[in-house]
Design a protein around this ligand. Sequence first.
Ligand SMILES: [Zn+2]
Length: 462
Amino acid sequence: MIGKASVGARTRQRAVLGSALSLGLLTCIAAQTASAADCPGNPDAIGTSRTLVVDPREHPRIGTMQYAETLPLRDHEVVLSFDDGPLPRNSNQILAILASQCVKANFFLIGQMARTYPEGVRKLRDAGHTIGTHSQDHPLTMNKMPIEHAKQEIDDGIASVKAALGPDADKTLGPFFRIPGLERATAVEDYLASQGIQTWSADFPADDWRHISSSRVYDLAIQRIEAKGKGILLLHDIQARTVAALPKILATLKARGYHIVHVVPATPDRPATPTEPQEWRLHPTLETVAISHWPKVPNFVFASADAFAVPALSDFAGTGGELVPQAEPFDRVSHRGRGIPLPQEAPWRGETLFAMNSAATALPVPAQTVFEIPEMPRPTAEAVALLAPPAKPTIASARESQAQAISVSATDSRRAVRGTPVSGQNKRSMAASHQTRRATAVAAHGRRTPLKHLVQVKKRNV
Ligand SMILES: [Zn+2]
């Protein structure tokens, strides 16, 4: 599963430093040439520039989308990672593209997919890619489920992929795991670490699980890689839009001077690539530069989500002849609750809640008069009529009530926004209060909002 002999970062740096500048440049050019020359029939291939050997026990969590550390990549180095396969129709095309470019990548397989398409797992192995796992059933609730359940998901996923790999599974399955939907939990990460398994997040996604065009996937991939300059790209080999976008992504990366790095696990026969601790940070702190000069590296990428491009309207239109494939089978499975890669609501939902809270706190405090109950006037004729036993509900009256309820709900919402939150429990409490003091309440508010109380009474009767 190793594409090339690994070369330690320290060793390479020392070699370059020990050489004349011109010799260093020649070495660099030679390396690029060798990379293309090693790719039969494709002199324009981007190739795989080097193999990085990592020890999961030294760095159990990587990927700046969620963690402080990421792979010790140099500037303009990218690791390609693919989740959720294998799904032969699209995964085989991804394999063909990678082979044509002599690129080695890191895959995270789902146990159920491996059981269904074991031949696809062996194709990955035979092509020399690194195989990690991605749970058995791809639940998007690993951050909530009991840890014993999460352990089962992890263990079963590994067992399924091993079963597909056969007798040599222990040698060919990498100790790498990506949590479905990136729904991380400390207990899950701790269990993985205790098993010597490295938890992979990523440094940038390309949103290829969303229903966007392949050209948008390409745009997002390149924009985000360029924004950080290096890192782990998260893709999905089960997606047709990814198949369509990948050749252009690789061509652009090559044209812009990027290099592909293949990551493999350390073994007794293959020690980890020597690195310095700061190399595992996206912005390593150099001794000659004051720390305060460097931007703070967020522990969680979504705190800096504004660095990502805002989706364009065309993302959802599919006009202009762009490829907008139908949903993949696994997508449809997800709609029945089995999960998809990176659901929209998973990592980003916190942003929405935060925005709402901010807006609420910015609103003015409601005046005291809002809560005042006026002195009880004499019951009006209208209120007395409302106190009469309700007529038997009919379909027409039920519809009317529904419409009125919507109107009242809107009123409550406006009140909530003005600073009087009306939770479900409060609503029930308020309704009970009105029921026991119906005459008082109706009389008190009869002239202003008789409809509201009528609706509440009717709603309780339905
Ligand atoms: Zn996934």
